[in-house]
Write a protein that binds this ligand. Structure first.
Ligand code: ADP
Ligand code: NI
Length: 219
């Protein structure tokens, strides 16, 4: 198994599959998650090859970009087999990418250190300035409003409701983003998440103060 060759091929595969997406899942998201996964893996002593490979491949099977999650996963598995990756690596990477998504917060914890690392890297990219930018990009792609004071955030929701129910970009902070800090797996991930959380809280407080200013100026 030629690890370097597999990693370069995985990078090209991700670029081909996700290069054109503009809903916040684009190639540069994959690139950032892979670099962050590398950094966390080094800090935590995880297997760098498995973390980097899973990070390159983690969104290729996304249900938003395939007929369904299962056919997306089959595509990734066929690709790994064609690369002649060791069976243990294929199984480990498949386990990571099939279980790491947030899905409204209903998933059990990741089983392996490598899974925890890649999930943390993906979650960190949903936080901070980049996380804010991605939320508004995704919302625009889904025709969601920026904010609607008459549509409160949902507190209890199934995975289906999380994915398809009506909401807003600002609500997404309460429905997912602000919950992520306490769901981080690794010490290194927790530290970065705390800093990004603080920035999102500042953003929200500024957002509301500008919002109220506009309303009162109109009256
Ligand atoms: P998940 O973690 O559930 O798989 P994704 O990773 O597919 O979600 O989400 C892609 C990006 O879009 C993330 O930055 C995420 O926070 C954002 N996003 C997901 N769902 C929404 C939504 N309903 N409204 C706004 N942004 C969203
Ligand atoms: Ni992702």
């Amino acid at each position: 198994m030629d690890k370097e060759h597999i990693l370069r091929s995985a990078e090209s595969f991700a670029r081909e599959e996700l290069g054109k997406d503009s809903s916040g899942h684009d190639w540069w998201h994959i690139y950032r998650v892979t670099k962050t996964a590398d950094a966390i893996a080094q800090a935590e002593g995880a297997d760098l090859f498995v973390c980097e490979l899973a990070a390159w491949l983690h969104d290729i099977a996304d249900e938003k970009l395939n007929d369904n999650h299962r056919t997306g996963l089959e595509k990734v598995r066929r690709w790994l087999v064609a690369q002649q990756a060791d069976e243990s690596v294929t199984e480990h990477v498949m386990e990571i990418i099939s279980t790491m998504s947030f899905k409204g917060g209903h998933q059990p914890p990741m089983r392996t250190l490598e899974g925890k690392v890649v999930q943390d890297a993906d979650r960190l990219d949903a936080l901070g300035a980049i996380g804010i930018a991605r939320t508004f990009a995704y919302s625009g792609a889904k025709q969601q409003l920026i904010h609607d004071p008459e549509l409160p955030p949902r507190t209890e929701m199934t995975a289906d409701e999380y994915r398809s129910g009506r909401s807003t970009a600002i609500n997404h902070f309460y429905e997912k983003l602000l919950k992520l800090k306490d769901l981080m797996n690794t010490d290194h991930g927790k530290k970065i998440a705390a800093d990004r959380q603080e920035f999102m809280e500042q953003f929200l407080s500024r957002f509301y103060s500008e919002w109220d200013f506009t309303i009162s100026a109109e009256r």
